[in-house]
Design a protein around this ligand. Structure first.
Ligand code: URA
Length: 436
């Protein structure tokens, strides 16, 4: 078999056989396929697409490129949630302890930030001592005893995905539904799940910037996952404004803790968390209906059980044993904290969410390149949402920066990213669609 013939076949819009896809993926594993071969293949797939059968084969061989976790020793369903990423999206860190305290085992393998969206791992790494790369035995011990563990991708799970993703990232081939499906599902299948709930973000802060693309992506992931026997559903959620009141690693962790302790729950964020929790509990077979799931999740939150589970997970993975107490004292704070004042009065009618994410990257809170280091303390807090009425001079948000120059740049960028108008626009629901 010749690799260039396989690429040519895809460029001609023909379907690839399982053995051709296997040849390509095994070639990446044994390093006989070069980065330029991968780039040519991904570009061909991006333009010509793949059938469900081809997407299934691609996912299957990517899973087989590494190890698969086995959770047979656990006495309950193993279910995870995956988000396609957004700005201020700290949902995973709230959700894992909620569903774990309701009887789900949630081994959650998450990523670092890249580009304008934040990464769950960066947020957790702002907690002193928290180890996002524990050895296998500590990871398993935490999942078994606490119910959840959020860690980083290990090199043994779907290792070819890392290679392919690296090439896609620099060849503008991320936005391909079959490639996204195989990339996400190969890692989830390798993690040995029984069920999966997808949170597909759409809007000006998501990479699925239109609803059709988000819907097609959700349907493809659901269909392929089901062929592997993984019970899967998806919700499509709005990302036309940051989720919650903070953007930035430490600030988001503090928002998570306040949320779990019932100090403050931003309504849109709360709606997404409860919906995903209910969905996960239904998929796990632990409740009879979504409404029951909703109630069960709410009880876990309001009784403090979820907060306790969160504290246990943090401690097991190397963090402080009392993160819920005197929360601020555990974290470093930024040197300059300033309000970002509205330049006119009116209703917030539009937010350039991507620009908000990029402002935090510019402050040092995100990465421009994979190996950039991060300043966890910087970001935005008290971020106002769409539809809020503000008077001139009132803060749209508060910037946390390391120096005056960075703070002033961020102030200007945020003032430009918020559009104010005299008339209050109709607000978008945060949960747009449910697919299964
Ligand atoms: N997230 C992934 O893990 N892979 C993709 O291709 C896109 C988003």
């Amino acid at each position: 078999m010749l690799l260039q013939e396989i690429i040519q076949k895809k460029k001609d819009g023909l379907s690839l056989s399982d053995s051709e896809i296997q040849y390509y993926i095994e070639g990446i594993s044994n390093q006989s396929v070069s980065a330029s071969n991968i780039a040519a293949f991904c570009i061909a797939v991006m333009f010509k697409g793949m059938s469900m059968e081809e997407t299934f084969s691609l996912t299957d061989h990517m899973v087989k490129s590494g190890d698969k976790l086995n959770w047979d020793d656990l006495n309950g369903p193993v279910v995870d949630k995956h988000s396609t990423g957004g700005v201020g999206d700290k949902v995973s860190i709230m959700l894992a302890p909620i569903v774990a305290s309701c009887g789900i085992y949630n081994p959650m393998i998450s990523g670092h930030s890249l580009g304008h969206t934040g990464g769950t791992l960066d947020k957790l790494e702002s907690i002193p001592g928290y180890n996002t790369a524990p050895d296998n035995s500590l990871f398993r011990h935490t999942v078994k005893n606490v119910g959840c563990a959020i860690i980083g991708q290990t090199s043994s799970l779907a290792p070819v995905d890392k290679v392919i993703y690296g090439v896609r990232d620099v060849t503008a081939t991320i936005k391909s539904i079959p490639l996204i499906t195989a990339s996400i599902l190969s890692k989830k299948l390798a993690a040995g799940l029984d069920g999966l709930v997808m949170d597909i973000k759409t809007g000006n802060g998501a990479f699925a910037d239109n609803l059709d693309f988000a819907r097609n992506m959700a349907n493809c992931i659901i269909e392929v996952a089901k062929q592997f026997g993984i019970n899967t559903s998806a919700i499509i959620t709005d990302m036309n404004q940051p989720l919650g009141g903070t953007v930035g690693n430490t600030l988001e962790i503090i928002e998570v803790i306040d949320y779990l302790k019932c100090v403050q729950r931003e309504p849109r964020l709360h709606e997404v968390v409860l919906k995903l929790a209910a969905e996960m509990l239904a998929i796990a077979g632990l409740v009879d209906s979504n409404d029951d799931g909703f109630q069960k999740a709410k009880e876990a939150l309001d009784s403090g059980k979820a907060a306790e589970t969160f504290e246990k997970m943090i401690f097991q993975l190397g963090g402080p044993n009392n993160i819920l107490e005197n929360t601020d004292s555990h974290f470093e704070s930024a040197s300059v904290v300033k309000p970002i004042q509205a330049l006119q009065s009116g209703f917030i009618s539009q937010i350039n969410t991507r620009a908000v994410g990029l402002t935090v990257v510019e402050l040092g809170g995100g990465r421009k390149k994979v190996n950039n280091s991060i300043d966890h303390s910087v970001g935005l807090s008290h971020v106002l949402g769409l539809g809020t009425k503000v008077d001139i001079g009132q803060p749209l948000a508060i910037v946390h920066a390391q120096n005056e120059d960075q703070a002033n740049n961020a102030i200007q960028q945020i003032q430009n990213s918020f559009i104010l108008s005299e008339i209050k626009a109709k607000s978008n629901p945060v949960i747009i669609e449910h697919l299964n």
